[in-house]
Design a protein around this ligand. Structure first.
Ligand SMILES: [Zn+2]
Length: 463
């Protein structure tokens, strides 16, 4: 029997169209963006939530109140990440939900309090793919603190001792953080971790020292923009600003510690120029939001800032020189003079500022040293000694250090220099300066009492 395939042309076209539509939909799904990973970075001022995307996405967002929520819609996307491992303590977020919406996803962040939300995309870099960044600020943005050039910073509370002398304020800026790991060593050591550790050691040393008050710009693993770092120095009315790094160089042979001060003109070496470029990229990697701050006024502001900066450039060089010489006692130096380069983080008028590279993390041997906490402590102590030397030489009036230096009975409160002569022993020098061998070893970052040599300049307490 013959069965006739009785399909009308109309039905045939309908079926074909339907199949085409299904195919198109399948294609759309296959090419949909995916949220592949989620990271969270809480900091004192804000929480940053980062979504790893496999491609560029189209998104929108809005806030809702009662209860407070931030809603992010991502078009043509699917959620493939696992939220269970996400630690929400201290983030201001009580929960994260997501669901499908049209062809995309809707992500809802339940907030514990009103927070100012901002969402932006970041392009891929060496470490991460395309990203969608959600910033939630706890309070008003801190930008009003930015002091305009030429303006006086608002007075801040300063710790006074009983005699009314103020502490010197040392602002320590551990480089990078959060989404921006900084340089990564051959064994995977991350610059952001190394510099936070050195900075913490330095903080503790300064904290224990009378007359000094250290302030940490970053106390944990989160991102801060370069502008906010230097604004912090101004807001604190810092006496000294130190940005601490451990960078990579394209040449793995490069090694040694270096100290940089800001230069108005070109960098003093190609390494300095290269590193300045890398550091300044931190904002792009960490993401300042891809939002233009003040447009063309920025340019004018930079010029003004740079002009007002020149006054203390020589102070920065002096500070850098003191630190570099102290670091030379524990670390190999990359160059034995302070280098000058155009680091954005250093553009803080009126505050002597230096950028310290504690070493090149890209050098395998140096990376190994930087992984050693005892070495990081030594580095911190040498920086600490450099700061003390600098501030002791020319302390600001009204400070505790100034008072100590100029007090008539400043027994053992200041430092002098002693040049080792033939036949000297460390114990004899200690007795002559009414101190102990242990104290001399500490002051000079030495471990071995027998390692002195003729002509060596030792730091000794003034008698
Ligand atoms: Zn760095």
């Amino acid at each position: 029997m013959h069965v006739r395939n009785n399909i009308s042309p109309r039905l045939y076209w309908r079926t074909t169209l339907l199949l085409w539509l299904l195919a198109l939909q399948w294609l759309a799904l296959a090419s949909a963006a995916e949220v592949q990973g989620v990271r969270i970075w809480p900091s004192p001022n804000q929480t940053r939530l980062v979504l790893d995307m496999n491609q560029e996405v189209d998104f929108s967002y809005f806030s809702l109140t009662e209860p407070d929520r931030l809603v992010v819609d991502v078009n043509q996307a699917q959620f493939r990440a696992n939220l269970n491992a996400l630690q929400l303590d201290d983030t201001g977020i009580s929960g994260i939900r997501h669901g499908t919406r049209d062809q995309g996803i809707r992500i809802v962040l339940d907030l514990q309090q009103p927070m100012h939300g901002r969402v932006f995309a970041l392009p891929p870099n060496e470490q991460h793919p395309h990203r969608l960044v959600i910033d939630l600020e706890f309070s008003e943005p801190e930008s009003p603190l930015a002091v305009q050039p030429g303006e006086q910073a608002p007075p801040v509370e300063r710790r006074m001792d009983t005699s009314g002398q103020r502490d010197l304020i040392i602002v320590i800026d551990p480089g990078h953080g959060g989404e921006d790991p900084g340089a990564i060593g051959p064994r995977g050591t991350r610059e952001k971790d190394v510099v936070l550790s050195v900075s913490n050691h330095l903080f503790r040393l300064l904290e224990a020292e009378p007359g000094y008050r250290p302030v940490m710009v970053r106390t944990n693993d989160y991102f801060i923009s370069l502008a906010d770092r230097r604004n912090r120095a101004r807001r604190e009315r810092a006496d000294v600003f130190l940005s601490i790094h451990a960078d990579a160089f394209h040449n793995a042979q490069a090694n040694g510690a270096s100290v940089y001060a800001l230069s108005g003109r070109g960098a003093t070496s190609t390494t300095a120029a290269y590193l300045a470029e890398q550091e300044n990229r931190a904002d792009v990697i960490g993401g300042v939001g891809g939002i233009s701050l003040e447009g063309k006024d920025d340019m004018l502001r930079e010029v003004l800032v740079d002009l007002s900066m020149s006054a203390n450039r020589s102070e920065s060089l002096r500070l850098g020189d003191d630190i570099l010489r102290q670091m030379g006692r524990v670390a190999r130096l990359h160059k034995d003079t302070v280098e000058q380069a155009n680091f954005a983080v250093l553009r803080s008028p009126d505050v002597p500022s230096v950028l310290i590279e504690v070493g090149f993390i890209s050098n395998p041997a140096e990376e190994m040293r930087l992984r050693d906490d005892a070495y990081r402590q030594q580095l911190a102590r040498s920086i600490f000694n450099g700061i003390k030397e600098y501030s002791w030489r020319n302390p600001p009036e009204g400070s505790y250090v100034y008072q100590q230096k100029n007090a008539p009975d400043r027994a053992a409160s200041g430092f002098g220099e002693y040049v080792v002569r033939e036949g000297d022993t460390l114990s004899a020098i200690a007795i002559r300066h009414q101190t102990s061998v242990a104290e001399l070893l500490r002051l000079n970052n030495m471990t071995n009492a027998n390692s002195i040599r003729i002509g060596q300049r030792l730091r000794v307490p003034n008698v």
